[in-house]
Ligand binder design. Structure first.
Ligand code: XIL
Length: 344
């Protein structure tokens, strides 16, 4: 008898462990109106960056993404190094998986990103100007065409400006010159006549050298008839908050006839975060939502929604706790603040 009990216990423990290892647990329901519903009544698309591997294996994570957000951005899976690790060898599997889940959840997808200086495959460095121009056009065409049925918005060019207001000396600028930006937009348009084509920038929220240069670049593109539809402000932030002239800055881009979006919002804290920090963080999140509403932004996307899966602690040691939910998917003050700001 004892033997049977021990074996039964063993089977139970292994079974439960396997269940959780596969991420089988349900999410604890979050209080109040789902963010996506609250945002909808305000006419805002509310989004999050998602990680394909976590989405595939963690049920609670998946449930929250589906319940709370109306748009998703693959955090890495559409980047050049992942999609085209060898020239012409296109690997869409991980991104396709995210896209399929998004469609099942009735979500839109922001495509991120086609031309960026980071997360590039090594083979690009070996190309001369002519080859690089060709490879870049082929890459843009292949990726945009592959997703044209599902992806309605692309970050075509990401982070082209330096903090001091110069053009970033990426491999594209060095080999192809400033025209690479316009070329990227024109190529994307040939691959998808309808997608909204965005330029996306980090740290350009306030009016200053960086956003002024971004403005000049965008105005030039418009003046030459290039197919640009929108400007994304990443809005990575901390307790300093976003600059007071963020709304005024977005307004001037809107006045060029463009959409504006907040594309990667998070609010990094110094670890360990105190209760007071978490309350202050909620205030910054409230102001981000209000800024988006004030300019009638096309969408507001957070760069992840749980502290357990956020790029901040992974890339900025000593910083973290930047998102709406803690590492156990429980709401932080920031969650309630966003909900309240959306009127939910
Ligand atoms: C980050 C991802 O979150 C990380 O997982 C990855 O290691 C590096 O890239 N600006 C962008 C995003 O446009 O693509 C970056 O995402 C964060 C900064």
């Amino acid at each position: 008898m004892r033997r049977i009990a021990v074996v039964a216990m063993f089977v139970l423990v292994v079974g439960v462990a396997a269940f959780y290892a596969r991420g089988g647990g349900d999410a604890k329901p979050l209080p109040g109106e789902p963010l996506r519903a609250a945002a909808k009544s305000r006419g805002i698309e509310l989004g999050t960056a998602v990680r394909g591997d976590v989405l595939a294996t963690n049920r609670a994570y998946r449930q929250i993404v589906a319940a709370q957000f109306s748009t998703v951005t693959p955090e890495n899976e559409m980047k050049w190094a992942l999609v085209e690790p060898d020239r012409g060898d296109l690997e869409f599997g991980p991104a396709d998986d995210i896209v399929k889940r998004a469609r099942d959840a009735g979500q839109k997808i922001r495509g991120h990103t086609l031309v960026w200086h980071a997360q590039l495959p090594g083979w690009l460095n070996d190309l001369g100007a002519g080859e690089l121009r060709q490879a870049t056009r082929e890459h843009i065409r292949a990726v945009v065409e592959h997703f044209s049925e599902q992806v309605g918005v692309w970050d075509v060019v990401n982070e082209p400006i330096t903090d001091r207001g110069g053009l970033r000396r990426s491999v594209f600028l060095r080999r192809l010159g400033e025209g690479y930006i316009e070329d990227a937009f024109r190529t994307a348009r040939t691959a998808d006549a309808d997608a909204k084509l965005y330029i996306n920038e980090i740290g350009a929220e306030g009016i200053g050298p960086k956003s002024n240069r971004l403005y000049e670049v965008v105005r030039g593109l418009k003046a030459r008839g290039a197919p640009i539809d929108g400007v994304g402000f990443q809005a990575h932030s901390n307790l300093d908050g976003l600059p007071g002239d963020f709304v005024a800055n977005m307004q001037r881009f809107k006045a060029l006839g463009l959409d504006v979006a907040i594309t990667e919002a998070d609010v990094a804290l110094k670890l360990p975060a105190s209760e007071a920090d978490l309350r202050a963080q909620a205030g910054v999140y409230t102001r981000i939502v209000r800024a988006c509403e004030a300019v009638r932004c096309a969408s507001l996307t957070f760069w992840g929604f749980t502290d357990g899966r956020s790029w901040i602690p992974e890339t900025q040691p000593g910083q973290g706790a930047a998102t709406l939910l803690d590492g156990d998917l429980r709401p932080k003050p920031a969650f309630g603040a966003v909900q309240a700001a959306l009127g939910g």
